[in-house]
Every structure is written in structure tokens, then in C-alpha cells.
Design a protein around this ligand. Structure first.
Ligand code: PSV
Ligand code: MN
Length: 427
């Protein structure tokens, strides 16, 4: 299914007068504060957030899965779904593939299919956390860290195979997330496991094309519950530093213990030029994979405040990070969930762009905690939604993506096309 742009235009016309009014008011207000709304709109339009192929089906928990129907059955249909999102919000211009779930059978046809939706291929992801039916060795006790060199070699080869597919599609980065670790004290030698992981990653790194980046994703627990080999940003940074200039840390918002100061991690990594990628989601307790901004929008804003500070710093040594959503819960229609996530991310970004950085820095130098808070919260509490809507409108997308999605009964159409029981691969 493809959305007809004229239909979006017609539906936009219903809410256009109200939008014009609130956008003009907001524009005037921002201009008076010294910001250029046009420039902010351009930045929002340039900020494209990749959609992971595995978030297009209803996510499950270990207790069950309740698919809502019309899920994409093939890689082509996954691309179609991201195309739908991009048509509605003009902010989801890339798809991130997970191999072996998304092995393209006809590379040229898949490339053409993505191009027809104006989509690029973002980082490719390897999977050594599950055993595949035709696989010789099991990852039950780890992959890149495994005690058996044959298992490690199989995992290295798999990562290189993922790079090979990504190269053909035009991706430029490999994301490595490992489930490796142990669930019982004494089960694994920490030092040996980390050393083996580093050695295996070196092999993969050396096998990547010279213009590729490697993103090393950390996670403190799950599926292992005593220790994970790459448990935190420090361990990921250590590995990335030893691997080389094209290896970076990837921050997934759900991969922190409660109350971790994630914005500080962002600041530290950017100072070192080692923040490579970002996985957005939200959580209350663990890796809950909830819609970005659903639970802690202020934290998301504070994270963006650091990101923007790093990105706008002319002396920054950090290359532009890769942005992706990594969320899929089991209650919402996944496409509606993703539309909400993209909007929340864009909003936090826009809020961070409207922080008076000079005033904030002065307040910090004067140790004026009260003024610093005023400045940050002034930006956070200004309703910038009309600005995001205007960015979409100018790009030919929907003023209100979720409402338009519902008005066009997209899910019903997908169910008609693909059936009520179609199932997407993913977690
Ligand atoms: C692990 O929890 C993770 O966040 C990694 O990014 C994986 O690649 C992704 O989820 C999906 O398995
Ligand atoms: Mn992730």
C-alpha cells in the first residue's frame, strides 16, 4: 500500500486554518527570542530517524504476543510500511535491517523498492543472540566471547556476512549488540570473555570496508542476568577505542539501570568523539521498549540538549550520530507507535534547538543554578508542536500523522492486503 499525497493534502486542509494560527503565534514568539524558525524547520526536516525492520510487527513479551493483523510478511512489505511512515511524517527516511531476518533475495529489486519510497538503508544489525535452524554451533553460551573458537568464528563470519549484504544495499555501518554474558556467578571468566570479544570484534572490524563504521551497543542485563560482557558505555568505549577510529559506542536509551544519567553519558562520549549511534525508546523499569517520550519526556529533552550542544559545537570531534528507533511494544498498532516516537524525538530535538545556549553557559559560569533551570525549562515548556507540524506540511506530509493514518484506515487496508494473521519477524 502507498499513500496518495493528494489524500494527505485534502485531510490537511481540515486542520490547516487552526495550524496557521498557532504556527504564526509561535514563529513570532521564537523570532522575538532571537531564533530563526525557518532554520529550525530546516534542521527538523534534515533530521531523519531510521526505523528498525523488527519494530513493524507487534512486539511481544516473554509471556505472549498479540498481533494486530496486517503485519509485513516480507522485506518488501517492511519497506512499504516504513514508506507509509515517511509519507506521513517526512522524518523516517531510512530502514535498519536485521540479518538473518531480512536477507534480501534480489538486491537490485530491494534497492529500487526502497528508492521508490525515498528510503535509505541505515546501519545493518547482526544477530548472534538466537540460533538459526541451519546453524552448526549454538550461541547458548555466547557468541563472540564463546570459549570454543569454532563458535567465535561462526559469529565473526555471520557479522561479515551482514556487512556484505549491507554493502550491497548502500549501508555504511554495522551495529553489534551481543547477548553474551552469564546468568550465574562463577559461570564465566570476565577477563577472558571480554578479551575474546575484543579479539573477535577486531576480526570483524578489519573485515569491514574502509568507509564503514562499527557501533558497539551495550546493555546491563537481559537475556543474561548476572553479567553481560558489554554491560555499559565504559566497556563499549573501551572496546571502540581499542578497535580504531571507525568504531563507536551506541547508546540505546533502554539499556541503563534505573536513574542512570544518560545525558551525562552522551556528553562524555561526544567529548571523546565516540558517540556513533542512538536507539530511541522509553522505559519505566528496564528495556521496556515503550514509545519514545511516553514516560520521561524531560529526560529525552535533556539528552537532546547534550546532543545539540555537541552537534552545534564547531570544535566537536564527534561525527554526526546515526539515529534509530528501537521500540516495539505489545499494545499499540506498531505504525501508530512509531509515528508517536518520531514526533516525540523531533519535539525534543526542536526544544533543544531553542535553548538559549549563550545565556545557559553564562548562568553555568556564574554558578546560577536557578537561572540555568529557568532557561532549560523555558525551552522545554514552550509548545513547539506547530513547528514540527509546519516542517511536515512544507515537506508534503501530514499535519497530524496519527489522525491521517486513522482517517485513511491504513491498518484495515493492510489487514485486507496481508491478512489478519500475518506475522512479522522480530522480537
Ligand atoms: C537489544 O535489546 C536491542 O536493543 C539491540 O539493538 C538489538 O539489535 C535489538 O534490540 C533488536 O533485537
Ligand atoms: Mn537497541
Amino acid at each position: 500500500m502507498k499513500i496518495d499525497k493528494n489524500k494527505i493534502k485534502t485531510l490537511n486542509s481540515k486542520t490547516l486554518p487552526g495550524h496557521r494560527e498557532s504556527f504564526e503565534y509561535l514563529s513570532g514568539k521564537l523570532s522575538k527570542q532571537g531564533f530563526d524558525p525557518k532554520q529550525i524547520i530546516q534542521k527538523i526536516q534534515d533530521f531523519q530517524i531510521a526505523i528498525p525492520s523488527w519494530a513493524l510487527g507487534t512486539g511481544g513479551t516473554r509471556f505472549g504476543r498479540f498481533p494486530g493483523g496486517g503485519e509485513p510478511r516480507t522485506l518488501e512489505e517492511k519497506i512499504d510500511d516504513v514508506g507509509l511512515l515517511h509519507a506521513l511524517n517526512a522524518g523516517s527516511g531510512a530502514i535498519s535491517l536485521h540479518i538473518p531476518w531480512d536477507i534480501p533475495s534480489d538486491i537490485e529489486a530491494i534497492k529500487a523498492h526502497a528508492a521508490a519510497h525515498n528510503l535509505l538503508f541505515d546501519a545493518v544489525n547482526s544477530n548472534t543472540f538466537q540460533d538459526q535452524p541451519d546453524q552448526e554451533h549454538s550461541y547458548k553460551f555466547g557468541s563472540l566471547c564463546h570459549t570454543d573458537p569454532k563458535v567465535r568464528q561462526q559469529a565473526v563470519d555471520h557479522n561479515l556476512e551482514v556487512v556484505h549484504y549491507g554493502e550491497k544495499l548502500g549501508s555504511k555501518a554495522l551495529t553489534v549488540w551481543l547477548a553474551d554474558g552469564s546468568s550465574f556467578p562463577g559461570q564465566m571468566n570476565f577477563r577472558k570473555a571480554l578479551q575474546r570479544t575484543l579479539d573477535s570484534l577486531k576480526e570483524i572490524y578489519q573485515g569491514m570496508p574502509s568507509d564503514w563504521k562499527m557501533f558497539v551497543e551495550y546493555k546491563p542485563y537481559e537475556p543474561n542476568f548476572y553479567h553481560t560482557v558489554i554491560q555499559d558505555w565504559g566497556t563499549s568505549h573501551l572496546l571502540a577505542s581499542q578497535l580504531g577510529d571507525r568504531a563507536f559506542t551506541l547508546v540505546d536509551l533502554g539499556h541503563h539501570l534505573p536513574n542512570t544519567n544518560i545525558e551525562q553519558i552522551v556528553g562524555t562520549l561526544m567529548m571523546q568523539g565516540k558517540l556513533g549511534g542512538f536507539h530511541f525508546n522509553d522505559s519505566k523499569f528496564g528495556d521496556d521498549d515503550l514509545t519514545a517520550g511516553a514516560m520521561k519526556p524531560y529526560q529525552l529533552f535533556l539528552i537532546f540538549n547534550e546532543l545539540v550542544e555537541g552537534m552545534e559545537d564547531k570544535n566537536s570531534v564527534n561525527p554526526p550520530p546515526a539515529w534509530m528507533i528501537d521500540a516495539s511494544h505489545n499494545l499499540k498498532d506498531p505504525l501508530e507507535d512509531l509515528l508517536q516516537s518520531v514526533e516525540a524525538i523531533q519535539l525534543a530535538y526542536a526544544q533543544a534547538l531553542t535553548v538559549d545556549r549563550v545565556a545557559l553557559e553564562n548562568a553555568r559560569e556564574q554558578n546560577d543554578a536557578v537561572l540555568a533551570q529557568e532557561i532549560l525549562q523555558n525551552a522545554f515548556r514552550t509548545d513547539l508542536r506547530p513547528l514540527i507540524a509546519e516542517a511536515r506540511l512544507q515537506a508534503g506530509a501530514a499535519l497530524e500523522p496519527v489522525a491521517v493514518y486513522r482517517d485513511l484506515t491504513v491498518r484495515n487496508e493492510l489487514v485486507k492486503e496481508r491478512g489478519a494473521k500475518s506475522l512479522a519477524t522480530g522480537l
